[in-house]
Design a protein around this ligand. Structure first.
Ligand code: ASP
Length: 229
């Protein structure tokens, strides 16, 4: 792992020197923008469904969950963010512990919608970079394997890219294409982890609402409340 940055540098240096034009870099920029736009759309979608189904305003939801989003963004790990997500969801969004302690740990492990979006876009991008024509069947296969691969991804930095190998192999796309997207993976990991965590929080609110465990007035504890007898 410690040598990974040097490896990436070497891969990129070769790519830059051998590249006959700047087209590839423009394509990489477009790929990054596509992933980020997709992730932004997903966040809007979550805010919308929380608003529609729980009648909690977008401001309430965003104010409540933003510290967890920020931590997810800076650590790139849903697992590392889990304690903060639980605290925010219980104390600021009003989800009862009974629901949050069940939904959030499962969500942090298997609900990685940001990751599956990224894997699908990355697979199509790599296929295009290799001049491959993807049939409708191949595209549907990518959607299915990206969903399954994201469920199997660990909630740690870079896991989505490791599981991307499975998606590429299933679609018959050369795995060497991973070298193309390695350079922009970390910033995209930060963004997709933020979406993964937002998804977990939204789903826990929806489940809490469905089973009558969403409090009207969340109770924010003080830092030392847990220590009182
Ligand atoms: N870093 C992501 C997470 O922990 C997983 C990934 O997409 O690499 O949610």
């Amino acid at each position: 792992m410690l040598f990974a940055p040097y490896g990436v540098f070497a891969l990129l240096a070769a790519l830059v020197v051998e590249s006959p034009s700047t087209d590839l870099f423009a394509a990489l920029g477009m790929y990054t923008l596509t992933v980020i736009s997709g992730l932004l759309l997903m966040i809007c979608f979550y805010i919308l469904i929380v608003w529609l189904f729980t009648k909690r305003s977008p401001k309430f939801f965003v104010d409540g969950i933003s510290p967890a989003q920020l931590l997810a963004f800076s650590t790139s790990s849903s697992a590392a963010t889990l304690p903060v997500t639980m605290e925010r969801v219980e104390e600021h969004l009003g989800v009862e512990k009974e629901v949050s302690s069940f939904v959030l740990p499962i969500g942090a492990t298997i609900n990685m919608d940001g990751t599956s979006l990224y894997q699908a876009v990355a697979a199509v991008f790599i296929a295009q970079a290799f001049g491959m024509d993807l049939s409708l069947g191949a595209q549907l296969g990518i959607i299915a394997t990206a969903t399954l691969a994201s469920i199997g991804s660990a909630a740690v930095p870079g896991a989505g890219m490791v599981m991307l190998v499975i998606v590429l192999a299933q679609a018959g796309i050369p795995e060497a294409g991973l070298a193309l997207i390695f350079a922009v993976d970390r910033p995209l990991d930060m963004c997709r982890t933020t979406v993964n965590v937002t998804g977990d929080a939204s789903v826990s609110m929806l489940v809490a609402k469905a089973v009558g465990k969403l409090k009207d007035r969340p109770f924010v504890k003080n830092w030392d409340d847990h220590y009182k007898k």
